[in-house]
Design a binder for this molecule. Sequence first.
Ligand code: GLA
Length: 388
Amino acid sequence: MQTPSELAALHLATYAAVPTLYRAPGRVNLIGEHTDYSGGFVMPAAIDFSTLIAISPRTDGRVLAHSINFDEHIDQSIDDLLACRARSWSDYPAGVLWALREKGLDVSAGFSLTIVGNVPLGAGLSSSASVEVATAFAVLGTLAIEMPLSEIALLCQRAENAFVGANVGIMDQFVICCGQQDHAVMIDTRFLTYTLAPIPPEIRIVICNSMVKHSLAEGDGGYNTRRAEMEAGLHILQQHRPEIVALRDATLDDLDRWGSEMSPVSLRRCRHVITEDDRVVAAVEAFNAGDLARFGQLMHQAHASIRDDFEASCPELDILVDLAEQQPGCFGARMTGGGFGGCTVNLVAAEHAAAFVEAMRAGYHAATGITAEIYISRASAGAHMVTI
Ligand code: GLA
């Protein structure tokens, strides 16, 4: 990937304008999957893969964007962004501009953007949210508009929900805005508050990419379907206990009492979400107490729940998790992100990390014939301006 100076030089050569640069990371979720659209808890961290955007203002009301990764350009009127939806990389920057405009911000003068990134695509590490947040920071920075981080995250989520068509929660955009180096972020997605949990120096976050691609948008994968199945169950509970606004408010007792009125599928989806919220709360406690063994057990349970109850894992991810759990120094392993492919996250003792990577690569290849990409990642800072 280009360095900031190289990107700035490319931007200058393409648009004859000196740009400002912004960086936004990807993310990995340690625990708390598919709880963030039920007002629940999640515990992700920003990672050291990122999107870098060079931006300069225009005066002709157009958005010109160049993706270095895709080697493609777009040139669109800012008044007509909805018409340019293409189900491609350009929907993310265009969606954010659309959401900013919808919010009443004056983006009418237009912008030139040059975008590059190294967040693996379709791997459940939030390449999309990374582009969205980088775009939002870039545009707001250029217009000198200050906005609270939680509002930026909500705006990017709206771009993804209403423009891109993926009914995602707030986790990715939020942690990409608020991440801090060497910290995981425990987010209460109902109140959009968060606390930081320092990652002990003796562990490494190892991410294993199954190389099975996923997509969260309409028509592909099961994200929107899972969400609808969960919501069908929620509506049954709400008929009995109207004070349940989201599954965050429901308990296993509620499921015991009224679960039989749901379809078996909705019952399982709801059970995953309700038990996952409890696991995140317990996991944060264990993490802060330095009890990594307990944290790992909770990761194990979380994986079983998303595999069996939420059914958002896939055979390749299950193989990665089983293999990881056999390795020395591995505290815990589970799939991370939306699921249906993508990556697992593993907490591994630092001194075992190199051997872990080798064993995982060999074991996964032997079991599937696929060569996994494996990354040892630090928790990194959230989105920010980059000076050269
Ligand atoms: C995707 C979505 C998030 C969240 C996860 C599952 O990453 O973007 O909002 O729902 O899936 O936890």
